[in-house]
Design a protein around this ligand. Structure first.
Ligand code: NAD
Ligand code: MG
Length: 399
């Protein structure tokens, strides 16, 4: 790798994107921004371009890209502006890029994250949906292309930190030799962990997005409220660490201090702890195997007083059960689960459906779409589109 890491941030205007730029800003001698991308917030992308002066910027829409190009020209910056998915894939796979932060939310992030893996980049993966949808294909591509895949999701980054170094480096050592018996993902339980069940039917998007510990984008906030997020993370862990579903457990830990754990056969349980601040996993992955300052406050253990753990109530959180079932049902079911969830969450945020309708609809759509083999990324994307159409139809939505 070059002395200075040249970084593309996919989804630069989002929660993970901005946290990444905050860490990058602290280490100008180590990191340089090569490209920044955004879907809609062109003013915010302009501000970021003026600060980081990237080689490329990408906007989803061609008209926004045109506007941004004019603004940058007026500011006498040589940043080239691209648009659409082709633009995203180009800056993810560009020869001069070392590291790609994949922080676009949802299925929309899959093609560019995949392009980065195919090009053998150091891929910092926040976009968990990419692995949920295309786990087998994605991991095989990482291997074939010699890419380095580093998890950003706090739970997976925690597990990664608790693994033996040979496993972190993916040296070819048989798993059995490491004596890992279980991966334990922790979950905060979200804002509705203790709400009386009868009230769940009436919760609003604002309540669902008011996460007790983390400040995140809207989609993942709703996923945390339904605990679909933890379900997606179980699937993500299965692919990332090559562990069978039976050896991946979920524990509710409302304080969000223990970010996840690895249990070994001698009875040891290693945990990674820290503030609920995404700059820790981001800095860990950016600098790995070194460590750098992330601007995160120290953990004050005496002030925390107590850490508690409980098993999740699957009646309250049916989405968690649906996601765990999908792991046994095969790769196509995971694509269907993810696509149906994205449509339902968007409909809930737009106040078109109630909270309980999310899990109910996903279960119906899973029953409706038959299993099939998924050999290529195009197969995955086609099933994703088909599921979106079926889900919209079921909800009576036209757009
Ligand atoms: P966000 O909504 O805050 O930001 C999403 C970013 O993706 C924005 O920059 C947006 O412009 C871009 N984007 C959205 N749709 C797009 C599209 N169709 N095409 C191109 N760009 C698009 O989301 P976030 O909370 O930062 O989450 C990003 C990813 O990271 C998600 O997959 C999420 O599950 C994962 N993640 C987030 C957190 C967190 O703390 N926010 C923690 C763990 C994992
Ligand atoms: Mg997480």
């Amino acid at each position: 790798m070059a002395a200075v890491q040249r970084i593309t941030v996919l989804g630069a205007t989002g929660s993970i994107g901005l946290n990444t730029l905050d860490v990058v800003r602290r280490h100008p001698a180590r990191f340089q921004i090569f490209a920044l991308t955004a879907q809609r917030r062109r003013d915010e992308l302009l501000t970021l371009c003026l600060e980081f002066k990237p080689r490329f910027a990408v906007m989803s829409d061609a008209a926004d890209a045109q506007w941004l190009a004019e603004q940058l020209q007026q500011a006498r910056l040589s940043t080239e502006v691209l648009s659409g998915e082709a633009g995203l894939c180009a800056v993810a796979a560009h020869d001069e890029v070392d590291t790609v932060m994949a922080a676009i939310v949802g299925a929309a992030g899959l093609p560019a994250a995949f392009a980065a893996a195919q090009a053998g980049k150091r891929v910092l993966l926040a976009n968990k949906e990419a692995l949920v949808m295309a786990g087998a294909i994605f991991m095989e591509t990482v291997k074939q292309a010699g890419a380095t895949l580093l998890p950003i999701d706090s739970e997976h980054n925690a597990i990664f930190q608790c693994l033996p170094v040979e496993l972190q480096r993916r040296d070819n050592v048989p798993q059995a030799h490491h004596g890992i018996s279980r991966l334990i993902l922790t979950a905060s339980g979200g804002p509705f962990r203790t709400l009386p069940l009868a009230e769940l039917a009436h919760v609003t998007p604002e309540q669902a997005c008011a996460h007790p510990n983390w400040s995140m984008g809207q989609k993942i906030s709703v996923d945390s409220a339904t605990m679909m997020n933890k379900g997606l993370e179980v699937i993500e862990a299965h692919w990332l660490f090559d562990f069978p579903p039976e050896q991946i457990d979920v524990l509710i830990h409302p304080q969000s201090v223990v970010h996840s754990m690895v249990e070994y056969c001698d009875g040891s349980v290693l945990a990674q702890m820290g503030q609920p601040d995404m700059r820790t996993p981001i800095a860990n992955a950016l600098a790995w195997p070194e460590r750098i300052d992330a601007g995160v406050a120290r953990l004050d253990l005496p002030q925390l007083a107590s850490l508690t753990f409980e098993t999740p109530d699957l009646q309250r959180f049916p989405c968690l059960q649906l996601a765990c079932d999908v792991l046994h049902a095969g790769p196509a079911a995971a694509v269907v689960l993810n696509a149906a969830n994205e449509i339902c969450v968007a409909a809930f945020l737009a106040r078109q459906i109630g909270f309980l309708k999310i899990a109910e609809t996903i279960a119906r759509v899973l029953d409706q779409i038959p299993q099939r083999a998924l050999a290529t990324l195009d197969d995955v994307l086609e099933l994703d589109q088909q599921t979106r159409a079926v889900t919209r139809q079921r909800l009576g939505l036209n757009t």
